[in-house]
Design a protein around this ligand. Structure first.
Ligand code: SAM
Length: 172
């Protein structure tokens, strides 16, 4: 599978702190290689890098990067998640699997140019919900769920447990 990248637009550090953190964590857990965020936010970068440091993988985060510069020379397809887009079940077979994809998710209002630039405007249902749920459902369907239990070779590893918590800390 080619690489999956996420572009988060409209991030307002104070207001969207929690949502954008969860967009980034969901991106990582569901198989993306990294996330770009349009507004500079060193605290967000630090929080996500701390998770990567403990739980592994090579997920990257870069903030203060505008969507136009991210997609300008992107060597793959751009997918914009929007409640106005074509149905996810109809879009998925059309999205090539041998090219990288850049998935754009918004906050309050997405610039109109995004709709024009995107190769695919995709809805996850036509009801308004959330960038976190839209991204999670799209990624799970796109990857067939293969990222969920992939080994990230982290310092901290969670062992699935029917009851209770089992965490192996390799640094001890
Ligand atoms: N009213 C905003 C607009 O029209 O741009 C939508 C804001 S919504 C809270 C934030 C983001 O969640 C959207 O930019 C989109 O990426 C995603 N989203 C929300 N509902 C969606 C849906 N049904 N399908 C796909 N993406 C969705």
């Amino acid at each position: 599978m080619a690489d999956i990248w996420i572009m988060r637009t409209g991030h307002r550090p104070e207001r969207d702190k929690r949502v954008t953190t969860h967009v980034a964590l969901s991106s990582r857990a569901l198989g993306a290689k990294g996330i770009y965020v349009d507004t500079e936010d060193p605290v967000l970068e630090q929080n996500i890098r701390s998770v990567v440091d403990r739980f592994g993988g090579d997920f990257t985060i870069q903030t203060g990067v505008k969507w136009k510069s991210v997609v300008k020379d992107f060597p793959g397809k751009v997918v914009h998640l929007t409640m106005y887009g074509q149905r996810v079940d109809e879009a998925l077979p059309k999205i090539p699997r041998d090219e990288d994809i850049m998935i754009i998710v918004g906050a309050e209002k997405v610039p109109p140019d995004v709709y024009q630039r995107a190769d695919f405007n995709v809805s996850v249902g036509n009801q308004p919900h959330s960038e976190i749920s839209a991204l999670a459902i799209f990624l799970d369907r796109f990857t067939g769920g293969e990222a969920l239990y992939a080994d990230r070779h982290g310092r901290m590893t969670v062992i699935p447990n029917e009851r209770g918590k089992t965490v192996v800390d390799l640094s001890k």
